[in-house]
Each structure stands twice: as structure tokens, then as C-alpha cells.
Design a binder for this molecule. Structure first.
Ligand code: KIV
Length: 269
């Protein structure tokens, strides 16, 4: 008989049940190796469409294709054992109709093995969220600053600075919760609004630039590791990997150029 204990992945109901409880820890990840590290500490890992900008040098997330999300989603599922894996649906893959959203979300779930998908949009996506959840696809919603709509929003702007806009943001969060989303990302939102929404709705709010008042937090891994030359103001940088990598590459280049390369005996001890 095997003595190995099977590690169980965090489930969607377990995340939903954390409303108002121990804060939910989450990070993005796009590869098997970083995901394996994050997996030890995160409740869920998001394969975010931010990978278009972070990994592939795009100017925005608008150009990210579905197949790219599937490729990175598969790698992250392979590299992990315990966290719930959520894969972002990219721009153009779900907005047209609930049927289209179902077809593409089912493809993502089948081909990556992820546990849930995420879509951007509030009240306008409520019918789609209901359609998906009634057919077995767990949905994380995303309201506030929604980067896929940055062209309409006029850039990446913090939401809720004007109190007159609060009712619309609150209605968005309520609509996605009523439609069956199990959690909602609140991105780029002023603290009092994020706090009001977190109190009002029955599902966990996951903040990114939306204050400590949320039920959990998410950051882009490369931002908090100091790998990107520029990071948003709200990001606490926990590592300095960019300069560390540069130092290592510089030392390697120097070794090669000065023929100071180690012998096989030194390397393969
Ligand atoms: O794509 C992404 O990384 C995201 C997070 C910023 C929430 O949607």
C-alpha cells in the first residue's frame, strides 16, 4: 500500500467560504517553476492575462490570444499541487455572448486542467456569469479598473475618486455576486469604496491596489519580486530580482570574456 498522501487542491467553495475570515493570499504566475514556489504559500494562483505585458512585452492586455493563456495555464497547473488555479479569459474571448464565453471557458478548463476562470466586467457580464456557473464553470469576476477596457476608460486610472461613481461600482459588484461569481477582484479602487463593497457583498473581494479592506490580496509576481523596471505605486516590492539577475549575467559575461570559465571538475563536483 502506498504511504504517499495525496495533496488536495484548494477548491472554489473553500475560497468562497473565506469571506470575512483569514485573508486570502494570491499571486499571479505564468510558468511551472515560479508556480511551484508560489504554490507553497498561495490559496489561489491567477494565470493573468497580464502575462501579455509582463512576459511578452505587449503594451496592454488587449492583444493576448486564447491559445497563449492555455499554454501558460497548462504550465502552471503542471507545476502546482495545492493552490486553486484560475485562468484569465483574454479580451475578445467571452464578451460577445454567453454561448461564446461558455465554448472558450470550457476549452480553457479542459485543456489546462485549471479550477476556475476569471472575466472582467460588472453588471454587463452578469448574464454571462450566470450562464457559465449554471453550466459548471466557476467564475471569478473582476471589477473596478478593468485593464481590458483601458481604451474605453482612458487609461489605467484609480476608480472611485469621485463619490458620484460609487453606486455604479457597488451595483457591478452586487450584480456579479448575484449572478454566481465565487469571488471578485477589485482592481485600482479607493479604500472607502472597496471597504463598502466588501461589507455589502457575500463573496470574497480580492484587492489589487484596492486597500487592505478586501478579503484577500493579489499582486503580479514579477512586480513584487522587483523584476519589472516600473511597478505601480501601490505595490510593495519584496525582492530585488532584477538587479540580482543583472549581476549574475554580468559575472557570467565577464567569465566568458576573460576565459575564466570554470573547468568541468569545478562545476560538476
Ligand atoms: O491579469 C492579471 O494579472 C490580473 C490581476 C492584476 C488581477 O487580472
Amino acid at each position: 500500500m502506498s504511504t504517499q498522501t495525496r495533496i488536495r487542491r484548494t477548491t472554489v467553495p473553500q475560497i468562497a467560504a473565506r469571506k470575512g475570515g483569514e485573508p486570502i493570499v494570491s499571486l499571479t504566475s505564468y510558468h511551472a517553476h515560479t508556480a511551484a514556489i508560489v504554490d507553497k504559500h498561495a490559496d489561489f494562483i491567477l494565470v493573468g492575462d497580464s502575462l501579455g505585458m509582463v512576459m511578452h512585452g505587449m503594451d496592454s492586455t488587449v492583444g493576448v490570444p486564447l491559445d497563449l493563456m492555455i499554454m501558460h495555464g497548462r504550465a502552471v497547473v503542471r507545476g502546482t499541487q495545492r493552490a486553486l488555479i484560475v485562468v484569465d479569459m483574454p479580451f475578445g474571448s467571452y464578451e460577445e455572448s454567453p454561448n461564446m464565453a461558455f465554448r472558450n471557458a470550457a476549452k480553457v478548463m479542459k485543456e489546462t486542467g485549471c479550477g476556475a476562470i476569471k472575466i472582467e466586467g460588472g453588471a454587463r457580464m452578469a448574464d454571462t456569469i450566470r450562464f457559465l456557473t449554471e453550466r459548471g464553470i466557476p467564475v471569478m469576476a473582476h471589477t473596478g479598473l478593468t485593464p481590458q477596457s483601458s481604451h474605453v476608460m482612458g487609461g489605467f486610472k484609480t476608480q472611485g475618486r469621485d463619490e458620484d461613481t460609487w453606486p455604479a461600482h457597488e451595483a457591478d459588484a452586487q450584480a456579479v455576486a448575484d449572478a454566481g461569481a465565487f469571488a471578485v477582484v477589485l482592481e485600482g479602487m479607493v479604500e472607502p469604496l472597496a471597504a463598502r463593497i466588501t461589507k455589502q457583498i457575500p463573496i470574497p473581494t480580492i484587492g489589487i491596489g484596492a486597500s487592505v479592506e478586501c478579503d484577500g490580496q493579489i499582486l503580479v509576481l514579477e512586480d513584487m519580486l522587483g523584476l519589472n523596471p516600473w511597478t505601480p505605486k501601490f505595490v510593495k516590492v519584496y525582492g530585488r530580482l532584477g538587479p540580482m539577475i543583472e549581476e549574475a549575467v554580468e559575472a557570467y559575461a565577464k567569465d566568458v570574456r576573460t576565459r575564466a570559465f570554470p573547468t568541468e571538475d569545478e562545476v560538476y563536483r
